[in-house]
Design a protein around this ligand. Structure first.
Ligand SMILES: [Zn+2]
Length: 201
């Protein structure tokens, strides 16, 4: 089982940005600390604001720079602090990944050019009361996506979206796994538990 925990800063930032972007999709990358086996705390996240009402296309250059700055801020401890994955908003749809979202994340985690063997996708929105609503999924090469828990440090600051998809996928579990990313010199979250790690070479 994976759990993605939002810290207070991330909650504030998400609520502010989602409120300001209205019906436009926005998104970015997640910078996280591994705080337990399969448990990740989102410390910060980047925000790219040029989506449309129904799509969001990530800008890899912008996000790479953000993660690089995060590594510098955290003193280059990629085993503890690292890129965790992606997030985007669904202001007009349920806060669950679309079929295209699942396909894109699967392609991303299987892309030989990137270093992760485990990625998370958060899909988020504000509910009718301007509270955070979302879902978290974990992706690994060659495996179906798995729903994780989405929680916050501040009790109740994020609520989990529910849908039939949840019940189908919630029966599987995702072992704690590696995040290797962005730079071949920077290794990542606890490698040995990963049954099918990608090669560095
Ligand atoms: Zn989406």
């Amino acid at each position: 089982m994976i759990e993605v925990v939002l810290n207070d800063r991330s909650v504030r930032k998400l609520k502010r940005e989602l409120g300001a972007s209205g019906s436009k999709e926005i998104g970015g990358v997640l910078a996280a600390e591994q705080v337990g086996n399969g448990r990740f705390m989102v410390i910060d996240l980047s925000v790219q604001r040029n989506g449309t009402d129904s799509s969001f296309i990530r800008d890899p250059v912008q996000h790479r720079a953000f993660i690089q700055a995060f590594h510098e801020r955290m003193g280059h401890q990629p085993g503890r602090f690292n890129y965790l994955g992606e997030w985007h908003s669904h202001p007009s749809y349920t806060a669950m990944p679309s079929v295209e979202d699942f396909d894109q994340m699967q392609s991303l985690v299987e892309d030989e050019e990137q270093m992760s063997t485990f990625l998370v996708l958060l899909v988020l929105k504000l509910d009718a009361n301007d509270q955070l609503l979302g879902s978290a999924y974990g992706f690994r090469p060659g495996q179906p996506p798995v729903r994780g828990r989405l929680t916050s440090i501040e009790n109740g600051a994020v609520r989990e979206e529910t849908s039939p998809l949840t019940r189908i996928l919630a029966t599987t579990t995702l072992p704690h796994c590696v995040v290797r990313l962005l730079s071949r010199t920077e290794l990542s979250y606890g490698e040995p538990q990963c049954p099918t790690p990608k090669s560095d070479s």
